[in-house]
Structure formats: structure tokens, C-alpha cells
Design a protein around this ligand. Structure first.
Ligand code: NAD
Length: 255
């Protein structure tokens, strides 16, 4: 029976041998930065299941009350003051070592880029909350400009170009993903020799498909999370515990 420290050594060895690491991150990598996840024990939806409506496109478009609540949530989001943590830094280390092939993230906080990962390597399958988009004309705006209007007393700001409904440039439930973005995520998954799935319940599709695609293409699969995920049976190694400790322990030191 292999113990925890032997398992960590083994995975560190896999990292050292790898040439094309793909990392898939979920909300769990940002909780140490003060941004709650959705489905973890302290998750936004675990504590308040009704909050899920704010992230459902049909409710958002149909109900001005849902939009007003969503804008208040955006205004008060901890993301605006969040700093990257040791987990994010460990993925920067992988890039500095020349091992990172791509970083597929379900997160919308841009903390990977703030930490120092190259934008070209980051594939944001669920978009970014740092931009707003118009549902009618598709125009994009810096989120901070729109939030200034909310702060100034406009509870549901309309598109400055066409008057349409604005939302954050993220993928809500019921909304289609951007085909080029999700296709690229699946392509890089098939090119990986090591896949690290970090801080995700691996329940949101199609993003979670990165795991079986990488495995089918021959990659080793390591899942790093505090609790069981939907894909534990696919992992060659399961590292159960705190991301801020486990990820730096396997990423090694920057050259
Ligand atoms: P999730 O909320 O479904 O699951 C997060 C997982 O991470 C949980 O299993 C939890 O136990 C684990 N976890 C939390 N903190 C951890 C830590 N410090 N160490 C180890 N494990 C930890 O997250 P998901 O699978 O990414 O799905 C949520 C969806 O919501 C995503 O698609 C994303 O778009 C969005 N979201 C994004 C953010 C963000 O950008 N930071 C935050 C919340 C939700």
C-alpha cells in the first residue's frame, strides 16, 4: 500500500517526466484567494440553492429582478480584490519550467493571468467576468465601466450601443459555449501526456470531458481536490487535500 508521501513523490516524478502538461482548473483553486466555489462545503449554491437562478440565462433574460440581484452580486464580488495564491503560482512554475502545454480553466476570475500564466496558454471555457457583453448586439465592454453605472444608481444598466440586456461575458447555464474555445480545450486535452484536474467537482460538462479525452489519448490523469469528484475512477492518482499545499509540492521549483 502506497502512503501519501510516496504518492506525492510518484506524481512529482510524473511532472518531471512530462513534456505536455495540461491543467484543468475549477473554482476550488481560487477559494484560498477569497472567492467561494459553488458546490464545495462553503459553496455559494451549497449555502443558498436559489442563487443558481442568477446564473441561468432564461431567468436572467426574463426577469429584471434576477438581473438587479446579479448586478449587485457582481458589484460586491470578492474577485475585484482577490490576489492569486500558491496554487495559481504553482501553475506559473510549470509554465516557467517549459512543461505547461495549456491551462483549461472553468474559472471566470482571470487569476491565472494575474499570477503570470501567458494568456495564449489559458483557455477560459466559461468566459471572464472582467468583461460585460450585450445579449442583443454582442458588443463587449470592460466590466469596471458598467459596474461604475451600477454604483452610480443604475440597477440594471442597458447596452450603451443598442439598449439591449447586458450580462457578464461568462457562460450561464442554458447558454451555448463558444465552439472555438471548447474545441480548443478538447484538442489540447488529446495532446497531453499528463493531465492535472484541480479544484473541480468535474460535474460541469462539456468542460469535464477534458479528463476522459486526455486519458483515452494516453495521458496520466491526476485529480487534486478536497473531496471526491465525478471522475475519480479515471485517475491514475488522487491527491486529496488542500490545493495550496499539494500543487506546489508536485510542481517543483522554477528553473
Ligand atoms: P465547484 O464549485 O463545483 O467545485 C469546487 C471543488 O473544489 C469542490 O469539490 C471543493 O471541495 C473543492 N475545493 C475548494 N477549495 C479547495 C481547496 N482549497 N483545496 C482543495 N479543494 C478545494 O467548482 P467547478 O467544478 O469549477 O464548477 C463551478 C462553476 O462555477 C465553474 O464552471 C465556474 O465557471 C464557476 N465558478 C467560478 C469561480 C471563479 O472564477 N473563481 C467561482 C465559483 C464558480
Amino acid at each position: 500500500m502506497i502512503n501519501d508521501s510516496q504518492l506525492l513523490d510518484q506524481v512529482r516524478g510524473w511532472v518531471d517526466e512530462a513534456r505536455r502538461i495540461v491543467v484543468l482548473t475549477g473554482a476550488g483553486i481560487s477559494t484560498d484567494s477569497g472567492i467561494p466555489d459553488f458546490r464545495g462545503p462553503q459553496g455559494v449554491w451549497t449555502r443558498n440553492p436559489a442563487a443558481e437562478r442568477l446564473a441561468t440565462i432564461q431567468d436572467y433574460l426574463a426577469d429584471p429582478e434576477v438581473r438587479r440581484n446579479a448586478w449587485q452580486n457582481r458589484l460586491e464580488s470578492p474577485t475585484w480584490h482577490a490576489r492569486p495564491n500558491r496554487g495559481h503560482q504553482a501553475i506559473v512554475t510549470l509554465e516557467k519550467r517549459g512543461l505547461l502545454h495549456a491551462l483549461v480553466t472553468q474559472n471566470i476570475d482571470e487569476l491565472h493571468q494575474t499570477a503570470g500564466n501567458s494568456s495564449e496558454l489559458v483557455i477560459e471555457v466559461h468566459g471572464t467576468m472582467r468583461r460585460a457583453m450585450c445579449w442583443s448586439c454582442g458588443a463587449r465592454f470592460p466590466m469596471r465601466d458598467i459596474l461604475e453605472r451600477v454604483r452610480g444608481g443604475d440597477p440594471d444598466p442597458a447596452c450603451p450601443r443598442c439598449g439591449g440586456i447586458l450580462k457578464s461575458d461568462t457562460i450561464s447555464f442554458g447558454q451555448a459555449l463558444v465552439p472555438e474555445v471548447i474545441d480548443r480545450a478538447m484538442e489540447v486535452a488529446a495532446e497531453a501526456d499528463l493531465l492535472l484536474a484541480v479544484g473541480s467537482t468535474l460535474q460541469v460538462y462539456p468542460a469535464a470531458n477534458v479528463v476522459p479525452i486526455a486519458r483515452d489519448a494516453g495521458a496520466r490523469v491526476v485529480i487534486i481536490n478536497a473531496e471526491p469528484t465525478g471522475m475519480d475512477s479515471l485517475a491514475h492518482a488522487l491527491l486529496t487535500g488542500a490545493i495550496g499545499e499539494l500543487l506546489p509540492a508536485i510542481a517543483g521549483e522554477a528553473a
